[in-house]
Design a protein around this ligand. Structure first.
Ligand code: IYT
Ligand code: CU
Ligand code: CU
Length: 314
C-alpha cells in the first residue's frame, strides 16, 4: 500500500543497482591529546565509474573540529582507523581532496547534475576520511560516531573538480607585519565553472583571495579569512574560466609573535598558503584535478585589487 506511512520506505537512491550509498564511519575514539588527526579508509563500492553527488555529514559539533574527504588508490591503512598526524599519513599515493566539513560552517552542496567521478578509470579506489579533533578538553560526555554518507549514482552530465593553488617557497620573517604569498598560472584547459572555494593557512594567515584575470581585469572568485572555519564557501561571482585566462591567489601573513623565520611545512609551527577552487566541467572533457604552484609573470600582482590586503574580522 503506497499510502501506508508506517512502513519504512527504501530511499530512492537504492532502487537502481548502479546507485550506491557509502557510509564512512569513524568509530567513537577518544583522542588523548589535542590536535589529533584520525583517518579511516573505505573502498569505492564498485569498479565501474560512479559519481559522488551528495555528502551528508553527521559529525558531532563538540567532538570534531573539521573533517576532510580524500580519494586515492593507496591509503596508509585499509583496516580500522589510524593516527594520521598533522596533514600527513592519509595516502601513500597522491591524495585528492573532495570535501571539507568544518565546525560552525554551513555545508556546501554540489550543484545539480554535478558529481565527483570515482572508480572506473579514475585513480580513486578508496575514500579516506580524515578527522581533526581540536581541543580534547572541550569534549563533553559520550563521543558519538562521526560519519559521512556519500551517494554514488551513475554518469552525470558534469564532473566536479578541484584546482589547487599552493605556495612552496614562502618565507615569513619574524616580526614583519605583512608578507604576501603570491601564486598565479595561465589556465590552459577546457572551460570550467567555479562554484566553491576554500582557503587554508596555519596560524599566521590573515586573508586569502583568489581571482580570474582576463584582459587585465581582476574578477574575485573568493576571499576569506583562513582563521574562520576552513570549509568550502560559495564563490563570490559565478564566472567561467577559459583557455588563456590567468588564475591568481594571494595569502597575507603576519610574522608577529615569531622569533624565527616561518616556512612552508606540515607542522603547526610552519605555514601553508592554499586556495582551492571547486568547479564543474562538461563530462565530455573532464579534467578533475589541476594545480598551480607558480608565481605568475613579473609585475602581475601590481594589479591586484586592494581588498586582497584587507584583513577579515574573525
Ligand atoms: C604544502 C601544502 O601547501 N600542502 C597543502 C596542499 C596540498 C593538498 C593536497 C598538497 C598536496 C595534496 O595532495 I589534497 I601534495 C595541504 O596539505 N593542505 C591541507 C590538507 O592536507 C588538504 C589543507 O587542509 O588544505
Ligand atoms: Cu580542525
Ligand atoms: Cu596546512
Amino acid at each position: 500500500d503506497p499510502n501506508d506511512c508506517t512502513q519504512p520506505r527504501q530511499p530512492l537512491i537504492m532502487s537502481n543497482p548502479f546507485n550506491f550509498s557509502v557510509d564512512i564511519r569513524m568509530p567513537g575514539v577518544l583522542p588523548t591529546s589535542s590536535d589529533s588527526y584520525y583517518c579511516v579508509a573505505v573502498p569505492v563500492p564498485t569498479s565501474r565509474e560512479a559519481y559522488i553527488v551528495d555528502f551528508v555529514p553527521h559529525a558531532s559539533m563538540d567532538t570534531a573540529h573539521h573533517m576532510l574527504l580524500y580519494g586515492c588508490r593507496a591509503p596508509y591503512s585499509t583496516k580500522g582507523f589510524w593516527d594520521c598526524g598533522t596533514e600527513q599519513g592519509t595516502c601513500q599515493d597522491e591524495a585528492k581532496i573532495m570535501y571539507a566539513w568544518a565546525r560552525n560552517a554551513p555545508p556546501t552542496n554540489l550543484p545539480k547534475d554535478v558529481g565527483f567521478k570515482v572508480g572506473g578509470d579514475t585513480q580513486i579506489t578508496y575514500f579516506v576520511l580524515q578527522l581533526h579533533y581540536g581541543d580534547v578538553n572541550s569534549f563533553r560526555g559520550m563521543l558519538s560516531i562521526t560519519d559521512l554518507i556519500l551517494y554514488l549514482p551513475s554518469r552525470q552530465p558534469y564532473v566536479a573538480g578541484m584546482y589547487l593553488m599552493m605556495s612552496l617557497d614562502t618565507v615569513i620573517p619574524p616580526g614583519k607585519t605583512v608578507t604576501n604569498a603570491d601564486i598565479a598560472c595561465t589556465y590552459l584547459s577546457y572551460p570550467m565553472y567555479p562554484f566553491a572555494f576554500r582557503t587554508h593557512t596555519h596560524r599566521l594567515g590573515k586573508v586569502v583571495s583568489g581571482y580570474r584575470i582576463r584582459n587585465g581585469q581582476w574578477m574575485l572568485i573568493g576571499r576569506q579569512s583562513p582563521q574562520l572555519p576552513q570549509a568550502f564557501y560559495p564563490v563570490s561571482n559565478a564566472i567561467d574560466v577559459r583557455y588563456g585566462d590567468t588564475l591568481a591567489a594571494r595569502c597575507v601573513f603576519t610574522g608577529e609573535g615569531r622569533t624565527g623565520k616561518t616556512r612552508i611545512g606540515g607542522t603547526s609551527n610552519d605555514e601553508m598558503c592554499n586556495f582551492y577552487i571547486m568547479y564543474y566541467m562538461d563530462n565530455k572533457h573532464a579534467v578533475p584535478y589541476m594545480d598551480c604552484m607558480d608565481h605568475g609573470t613579473s609585475g602581475l600582482f601590481r594589479g591586484i585589487p586592494a581588498e586582497a590586503s584587507v584583513p577579515i574580522p574573525v
